[in-house]
Design a protein around this ligand. Sequence first.
Ligand SMILES: [Zn+2]
Ligand SMILES: [Zn+2]
Length: 141
Amino acid sequence: MDTCLEVRNYILDWGAIPHLAPMIIFGSDGYPNDGTSEGQKAVEHIQTCKKCKLWVRDLTQTEDIVRMERLSRYCCPQMFVAVEEPKQEGLHLKIRQFRDENLWMIDQPGREIGFEFFGFCPWCGNKFPERPFIDDDKGRG
Ligand SMILES: [Zn+2]
Ligand SMILES: [Zn+2]
């Protein structure tokens, strides 16, 4: 059996497709995988083999791909969620212009004063860019 076929069978047996397909496409070094070195090798093959990458892409919902493409442009997944898919009980971060500066702040509905500004990501510690990660309505939070 050739490697591509072997790898695809392994990935299908794993059962995490299509749930993890977008993460596999945008991941690297064999992550995410099933926790075995065999699994890591299989995923790494997918990530480096053009034909297998296309194969996984075909198993993935288009909206999942679009979401992953956006997510991969953020400093970390938590930040993506906080800006574009804020949960009721979680932080909602947005970027707004004040005078000539763009500032990241917490969205606090009904609260006019006492904004909290952020210079660094509270999850991964990266310095925030001075512009949205993606400059459109969604990306501004
Ligand atoms: Zn392949
Ligand atoms: Zn981050």
